[in-house]
Ligand binder design. Structure first.
Ligand SMILES: [Zn+2]
Length: 296
């Protein structure tokens, strides 16, 4: 089977001088290559997911390999038969990942220790550890490492506050993970600053783990920030979906955005449950607020 498109996922924390003008030039470059997707550029580095015909993504990777700042940047590559983005956006930002508290980390010194996929697997099999999912609630709801702690946060900015519920774990060996590794670089620094003693992060995230070792210790799928919404973990042996409807608990649920204009959060709903009651297009929180108004 030949696929004609690649989806790239990549990041690198590296000082980028004049991120605004860099972003403007980079937008032009990506446009010329015919790529679609989203790239964030900040003084602290680059974070992107881009897709296009294989020749175009190859040319992009060649550009990176020859660039003094990005030569060793790691690309996660998915083969697809379509391009799961409608548009191209390349933007300058204050940070490539915003944690809200303490984005002034000196990551070289403060980030947690890395575990390769093999080390990760061995450690969770042989040692008494806590697995910690630093992603958002709608991401862990569709798939996660078995027995992982999954904080109920809607954005990464909520993690510092949510961490207060986990102070009892400060003396445990904490193994954290995210999609591709970028969030863990800051989250692990935060954990350490907050007094967690042994903090490790999965190098290359879930994506690299699945490609390297398959789905062992994983359940469900992996959420991605593009039109695919989820991707299987571990190729041919990928485990089945685990998502359940937030309203009914039924299996076979899909992520949708809450209909409420002030909410729009992603949550899981079963299509039949939605057909039975169209109000289920509101998330449980918004639906419960909505109910009294309907009766009057
Ligand atoms: Zn809602």
């Amino acid at each position: 089977m030949s696929s004609s498109f690649h989806v790239l996922l990549y990041y690198k924390y590296v000082p980028i001088p004049e991120p605004e003008s860099f972003a403007a030039e980079h937008l032009e470059f990506c446009r010329e290559l015919g790529l679609k997707g989203r790239v964030l550029i900040a003084g602290e580095g680059i974070n992107g997911t881009l897709a296009g015909p294989v020749e175009a993504t190859d040319r992009y990777r060649k550009w990176a390999a020859e660039h003094p700042l990005f030569a060793d940047m790691d690309f996660k590559i998915d083969e697809e038969e379509w391009v799961p983005f409608k548009r191209l956006s390349v933007r300058p930002r204050k940070e490539i990942v915003t944690l809200g508290a303490g984005d002034d980390f000196d990551l070289e010194k403060e980030t947690g220790e890395y575990l390769s996929p093999e080390e990760w697997k061995r450690t969770i099999e042989e040692e008494d550890v806590v697995l910690f999912d630093v992603r958002n609630d709608y991401e862990s709801a569709v798939g996660r490492f078995k027995n992982a702690i999954t904080p109920q946060i809607e954005t990464f900015r909520e993690l510092p506050e949510a961490l207060k519920d986990y102070e009892h774990l400060k003396d445990k060996k904490v193994l954290m993970y995210c999609t591709g590794g970028i969030r863990c670089e800051k989250a692990s620094a935060l954990f350490r600053r907050e007094g967690f003693k042994e903090v490790y992060q999965l190098e290359g995230g879930i994506v690299t783990y699945g490609k390297t070792l398959g789905p062992e210790h994983w359940e469900g799928e992996c959420f991605v920030f593009d039109e695919r919404m989820t991707v299987p973990v571990g190729g041919e042996e990928a485990p089945p979906p685990i998502a359940v409807c937030a309203h009914t608990g039924k299996e076979g649920a899909e992520l949708i955005n809450c209909l409420d204009d002030d909410c729009h959060r992603l949550f899981l709903v079963n299509k039949e449950a939605l057909a039975e009651n169209p109000d289920r297009e509101y998330c449980p929180g918004c639906l419960s607020k909505k109910a009294p108004a309907v009766q009057t």
